[in-house]
Design a protein around this ligand. Structure first.
Ligand code: SF4
Length: 465
């Protein structure tokens, strides 16, 4: 069959913020780079532009691939229907949700792709041309990250990332062995950490002309302990590049390596996103050994990272089985007394394929909610030690407090003060932008158009006193 064009679709939710989309569709950029140069390829990102009006361009000789995050899978299905209505015969669905729950996308996808797909995707394209497509392509091996799907110059030019996106994404490592009960990393990325060759990382940064990036790595912090030589070599190379700043998700154990933290600063890293998850020590068995949930230890780790000149974004999750409304209020007290630069507060979410979801199913505590509620801001199960109403009131209360402008201003100024005055213009957006982004996301998730936070009322906590 003649293959006219490959179109890869990224269903979006946030849209543009101040004229740019938030994060670039990194995996699709790599898959697009595997399309042979003689075949036309496009990436359609709904966060960058509305897509509905583009479907009339498609026809039977086009191959459409849609990536499926769990929270956007209903939107992915709508796009599959639009493609079929336009005459497309083959809609491929891959991504995290297809990997974790292929049976959920099978009824409306012509082809389902599970796993990382770096090997199966080129085969699928060839099978389209040969008219020998199979309904399912499973990539079951964890590919070496050496020379895997380097982003092509054609894709770099097509995406125009630096103009369209606030935060280009980059991968350096993949996988995490921690096995936290609520995390999909083991199923999606594997439990062994894999590393990209440092020269390939540097080459990609140069070719994409990146000045800022966010690492997609599951846990960039664990290699500080398990593979410090790699981290040291990497930082020395990144230090030579004219970067403005970059960020990554790490774990608190990085605080034990102040030498590497100082090197990270020299390598232009400016913030670490740390999964504190819970300050309730009773939840520690859910946290895969990455934290003991003891607040004083957490504060010491933040101080050590600050001493190296790096900012800390605290990631907190509510709704573990040992949590009560008091845990949520205590977390807000912890945040207030900390010097965190930004905070993310999310609701524990039972994604497919996680041990936590299995427990909920066994105990009959999973609600029958559409996937779009799996956005880490809505409760989709019945908590063990509090009612749904009490949880929601407490969660709403701390979000309004933490994302109110006074709190954002206090944390942002604290963050800015860690930099020399001459650096303030370049650090201003980064100091306030993360919190502001979380504020917008929280507002957006509740579809309030900003009204929820501005209607903040301070009385909720007293109702629980
Ligand atoms: S440490 Fe982070 S990436 Fe690793 S399993 Fe836990 S939540 Fe997932």
């Amino acid at each position: 069959m003649q293959l006219r064009k490959v179109v890869l679709i990224h269903p979006g939710r946030e849209g543009r913020i101040f004229g740019k989309a938030t994060g670039s569709p990194y995996t699709l950029m790599r898959l697009a780079s595997l399309v042979p140069e003689d075949i036309s390829v496009e990436i359609w990102d709904e966060n960058w532009e509305p897509l509905e009006r583009k479907f009339h361009e498609l026809g039977p000789n086009d191959l459409v691939g849609i990536t499926s995050k769990t929270l956007a899978v209903e939107r992915a299905r709508e796009f599959a229907e639009m493609a079929h209505d336009a005459g497309v015969r083959v809609v491929v669905v891959g991504g995290v949700h297809a990997t974790l729950m292929p049976e959920d996308v099978q009824p409306w996808a012509d082809v389902v792709v599970t796993g990382e797909a770096y090997r199966t995707w080129p085969q699928l394209i060839q099978d389209f041309i040969d008219d020998s497509l199979k309904p399912r392509y499973d990539d079951t091996e964890w590919a070496s990250l050496k020379n895997v799907a380097p982003i092509s110059d054609r894709v770099i030019e097509m995406m125009n990332e630096n103009r369209r996106y606030w935060t280009p994404m980059l991968e350096i490592t993949r996988g995490c062995p921690r096995g936290c009960s609520f995390c999909t990393a083991i199923r999606v990325s594997g439990k062994k950490i894999r590393y990209r060759p440092i020269d390939e990382v540097v080459d990609e940064i140069k070719r994409r002309r990146l000045q800022r990036f966010f690492l997609t790595d599951d846990n960039f912090g664990l290699p500080f302990t398990t593979n410090p030589q790699y981290i040291e070599d990497l930082f020395k190379e990144l230090a030579k590049l004219p970067l403005h700043g970059w960020t990554a998700q790490v774990e608190m154990s990085v605080a034990k390596r102040p030498d590497l933290l100082r090197l990270a600063r020299k390598a232009h890293m400016d913030k670490m996103f740390i999964g504190f998850e819970s300050i309730n020590p009773a939840n520690r068995k859910e946290l895969g050994g990455k934290s003991n949930g003891v607040a004083e230890d957490d504060l010491k780790a933040v101080e050590a990272i600050h001493e190296a000149g790096l900012g800390v974004v605290g990631l907190f999750v509510f709704g573990f089985d040992e949590d009560t409304p008091q845990t949520i209020f205590d977390t807000w007290d912890f945040i207030k007394n900390s010097s965190l630069d930004s905070v993310s507060m999310t609701v524990l979410t039972p994604y497919p394929g996680t041990p936590f979801r299995e427990v909920l199913i066994q105990e009959g505590r999973l609600m029958d909610k559409p996937w779009r509620f799996y956005d880490t801001a809505h409760l989709v199960y019945y908590p063990k030690k509090m009612s749904v109403g009490d949880f929601e009131k407490a969660y709403d209360y701390v979000c309004r407090k933490a994302y109110g402008y006074p709190a954002i201003l206090r944390r942002g100024l604290g963050s800015l003060r860690r930099h020399a005055l001459r650096e303030w213009p370049s650090k201003f957006m980064g100091s306030f932008g993360t919190d502001y982004g979380y504020r917008l996301t929280y507002d957006w998730r509740y579809e309030t158009g900003g009204r929820l936070l501005s209607a903040w009322k301070p009385s909720t906590r007293r109702a629980f006193a």
